[in-house]
Ligand binder design. Structure first.
Ligand code: SF4
Ligand code: SF4
Length: 99
């Protein structure tokens, strides 16, 4: 008999299931919580492009290409969702958004 395999629900999976509109609202609510603006790795290009919240959006498309320290591990967003990685601006998001 086939087993019913269900992906365990995580705090991050709640974000993955949000609609585009809900996700945009959530992003706006966390703009000032993200620590990137205070990080040495976050350069002028990233600031001018308004980049942050890489852990839930995507890696920096072209601004950041080297490591100069990372504040992700102590960030409230990372702690709230139990993210395991740092340097999200280089490695990318830890959530997978529905298509
Ligand atoms: S993702 Fe980490 S390394 Fe990159 S800018 Fe943000 S805090 Fe800094
Ligand atoms: S974990 Fe890193 S990229 Fe995500 S909100 Fe915090 S500082 Fe920003």
């Amino acid at each position: 008999m086939a087993k019913c395999v269900q992906k365990p629900s995580t705090k991050a999976s709640r974000l993955e299931r949000l609609s585009e509109e809900e996700f945009d609202k959530w992003i706006l609510s966390k703009m000032d919580v993200c620590q990137c603006l205070d990080c040495s790795t976050h350069n002028k290009c990233a600031k001018n492009s308004g980049e942050r919240l890489y852990c839930v959006v995507m890696r920096s498309p072209f601004c950041i290409d080297s490591k100069k320290g990372c504040l992700c591990k102590d960030c409230p967003v990372s702690l709230e969702f139990g993210f395991k990685k740092d340097y999200h601006c280089l490695v990318g998001a830890e959530i997978v958004r529905k298509a």
